[in-house]
Design a binder for this molecule. Structure first.
Ligand code: GLN
Ligand code: ZN
Length: 757
């Protein structure tokens, strides 16, 4: 028996973000359609060639998309919302962009479809919209064309498509609730059958159908529907049903009955017992083992896998090795990293290297010879002893954390009194979330400094100048609690990662976040600690410019963790503790420097939620503990703020309360009733600033609108606990917009204060 290797998908953006540049140039009218299409073709061709030269047995086709692969499926099925249709009902690439962005180079503009997180990754997909009488028809032949492209280049092709049930699960009903989305399957399945037949015509042996929802706690009727659907899809060509991002043992008794020829399981993110699963899954089926992490940057310990798979091999004939999920979530090529030192670099594996790992392991298993693997894992073993990784003092300090370190001295109510005495704020205090507009000059300034064009001294002087400007603006508007404006920060996580020990940074490690947006997450390589203060100088400087309190601004431990590539040799829980301890020192230093209010942002708290409910409790416990560890070191009279970005709080309400921040500010300002209702149910026991206007919109909020919303908030939140603030940082807005909006906010607040007094 020969083991085969494949990946579930390759990153589409291009090693130099060619796709991003092509998209943006096309949107701005600088490229025509032909140019855009030709760049896509070149990228695919390049990525296929890489897969072949890395030795994979199949080339995965269908992972490319012009914006997002869920949107590709929407196009394929002709599920186009009316408002996005071209006037003449035709469908083209501009229709696709209109769904994603609300506008396209040709045709009208309208509101885009919603975008949301792809499971618990940092990739975002475009949410399909469904209505009861929705029509579906095969109307976007991209997948077939790309298959033909790859075939004409002589590759052995395995097309990938998103499965019908996952597609339905990820969408939302837009009209009414009086129908079951599963009823739409009868219109969708024939399209899938048609596509499979097209593949068959082309002599394709295998199709990969992604159904990641099989790792969730699915309702029974959904699991049953799977059976019906795959019975219909079965019989044309071989189907590899791929699951990822979690384990499937809890659903295996259903999955086992599905009419599919192979099953892929994610052995990285799930905790399935592979031996027990192997014994449960029919021998007739191909088993594809997802053993190379598609969501992180570390070399895989092939030595361990060799032994495990060798064992499984004894009892199974049809065995494949694969990436755990698509490699969409990893950077593309380690060889582009020229600045990372060679020791650190030897620990990593990006998408191309992961393809090579798969082939290496396959060959070693097929030839029953471990020699090459032994060389491959040498750096992994060496890392265990590296001084870059292990810092005794850090692990000792983590060990010595006591429960008392997680608690403020007194309860909120007694703190409240002490803080009021010390900080002396009016009722309905006004503040902002932290960042001020990041103008071109500020961006250039940081870039010049990074490139060495200007020296530390000059840079420092210019940053101080920006801080001074921001303080002046806020004093003039008469805001109560000021911020320095974060001009020195390019990104709220990168900034702290660069100052803390234990991180490394890539120069080209881009990963698609959504559409043309890419991020370059820091990599946590070792024990994290702070060797010197990070934010104190600028905070002190800002405070020296005004009599009003200036907030010290920090990014929280959970957010730093989730927006980085974590190390895999210790748990996330321990990493979070390490970051929290480093921040704890920073918090104490801020307090000692005379900063009376410290804000610790945790926008990623909700993002870290595990996919299955039975894991929520333990996650929420350690993540909340990490926040408390970082914040509880202060005296009662020092006020701790936190900020969070999504308003889906109802299900983690307890955890948020447990943070015990004195004040929480939330992103909520899209002023509809639903959100008010949520805030009302939220019942935060401490103080709260639910966001009074939407910073994502360029519209200046009118004083009248703010008054109305403030009055609504006052009906549900006590006047002694309500704060007034925009709903997120002001980084993306212009200075003019910011000043006008904040003025209206302060004026409206003063108006209401007068009435209350
Ligand atoms: N303090 C950060 C800012 O104002 C918070 C950003 C965020 O919430 N994502 O930019
Ligand atoms: Zn925010």
């Amino acid at each position: 028996m020969n083991i085969l290797s494949h990946i579930l998908g390759f990153p589409r953006i291009g090693v130099n973000r060619e796709l991003k540049k092509a998209q943006e140039n096309y949107w701005q009218g600088k490229y025509n359609k032909k140019k855009l299409l030709s760049i896509g073709y070149k990228l695919r061709k390049k990525h296929w060639k890489k897969q072949l030269s890395s030795g994979l047995d199949f080339i995965t086709v269908g992972d490319f998309s012009w914006y997002d692969h869920v949107l590709n499926t929407t196009m394929l099925l002709g599920n186009i919302p009316d408002r996005h249709k071209n006037y003449d009902n035709s469908i083209d690439i501009d229709t696709l962009f209109r769904i994603a962005r609300g506008t396209a180079p040709t045709g009208h503009s309208t509101s885009a479809s919603e975008m949301t997180k792809w499971f618990n990754t940092n990739y975002h997909y475009i949410v399909p919209e469904f209505k009861k009488d929705q029509d579906f028809n095969f109307s976007w032949s991209q997948i077939i064309e790309e298959v033909d492209e790859a075939l004409s280049l002589g590759y052995i092709v395995k097309p990938v498509i998103l499965g019908p049930l996952t597609y339905l699960w990820l969408g939302k009903k837009t009209e009414n609730n009086s129908f079951d989305v599963l009823d739409l399957l009868k219109k969708i399945v024939p399209i899938y059958i048609y596509i499979l037949k097209e593949f068959k015509k082309r002599n394709i042996e295998w199709v990969q159908i992604d159904e990641p929802i099989l790792v969730l706690d699915l309702p029974k009727n959904w699991l049953k529907k799977f059976y019906d659907v795959y019975k219909l899809l079965h019989g044309t060509i071989k189907i590899l049903l791929t699951t990822y991002f979690g384990s499937i043992s809890h659903n295996i008794k259903y999955i086992n009955d599905f009419f599919v020829d192979g099953i892929h399981i994610d052995l990285i993110h799930g905790d399935d017992n592979i031996f027990s699963l192997n014994s449960k899954i029919s021998q007739k089926k191909t088993l594809s083992l997802g053993i190379i992490n598609g969501r992180n940057v570390w070399k895989s310990n092939l030595d361990n896998w060799f032994d495990v798979i060798n064992n499984i091999k004894k009892s199974r004939n049809k065995l494949w090795l694969g990436s755990s999920c698509s490699l969409l979530h990893t950077p593309i090529d380690l060889n582009y990293e020229k600045k990372i030192d060679s020791e650190t670099k030897s620990w990593f594996s990006f998408a191309i290297q992961k393809c090579e790992e798969l082939s290496l392991l396959r060959d070693s298993l097929n030839s029953n010879n471990k020699n090459n693997i032994e060389d491959w894992v040498k750096p992994i073993n060496a890392r265990e002893l590296s001084t870059k990784v292990n810092k005794h003092l850090v692990s000792e300090r983590v060990q010595s954390i006591r429960n008392n370190d997680l608690k403020r001295t007194n309860t909120y109510n007694s703190r409240y009194k002490l803080q009021n005495k010390k900080i002396k704020l009016p009722i309905l205090p006004t503040t902002t979330i932290g960042s001020f507009p990041q103008t071109k000059e500020i961006r250039n300034l940081r870039m010049d400094f990074k490139k060495g064009v200007i020296n530390q001294e000059l840079y420092d002087k210019k940053i101080r100048n920006e801080i001074k400007k921001n303080i002046k603006i806020q004093e003039k508007i008469d805001i109560d609690v000021l911020v320095h404006g974060e001009p020195e920060r390019n990104d709220m996580v990168e900034y702290f990662g660069e100052k803390l020990n234990g991180f490394t940074f890539t120069s080209n490690g881009w990963v698609q976040s959504y559409g043309s947006r890419c991020v370059k997450p820091p990599i946590i390589i070792g024990d994290i600690y702070r060797s010197k203060p990070i934010t104190i100088d600028y905070a002190k400087y800002a405070q020296s410019l005004t009599k009003k309190p200036v907030k010290g601004m920090l990014t929280g431990p959970v957010t730093i963790l989730f927006w980085s590539f974590p190390r895999e040799d210790i748990s996330k829980k321990i990493i979070a503790k390490q970051i929290a301890l480093a921040l704890r020192d920073e918090v104490l230093d801020l307090e000692n420097a005379g900063i009376k209010i410290i804000q610790i942002d945790e926008p990623a708290l909700r993002e870290g939620l595990p996919l299955r409910k039975n894991k929520w409790k333990s996650y929420l416990k350690w993540s909340v503990d990490a926040f408390r560890l970082s914040s509880s070191v202060v005296k009662d009279e020092t006020q701790i703020h936190t900020h969070m970005c999504y308003c889906e709080f109802s299900d983690i309400m307890n955890a948020i309360v447990n943070l015990d921040a004195d004040v929480i500010t939330l992103e909520t300002a899209r002023t509809n009733i639903e959100i008010l209702e949520k805030i009302k149910n939220f019942q935060y026991p401490n103080s709260i600033g639910p966001g009074i206007y939407d910073i994502h919109s360029p519209n200046i909020p009118k004083k009248k609108e703010i008054l109305i919303l403030l009055n609504k908030y006052l009906k549900i939140i006590s006047k002694n606990k309500l704060w007034v603030n925009p709903d997120c940082g002001l980084k993306t807005r212009s200075v003019e917009e910011t000043i006008s909006a904040l003025k209206n906010m302060v004026d409206a607040t003063k108006n209401i204060r007068k009435k209350i007094n």
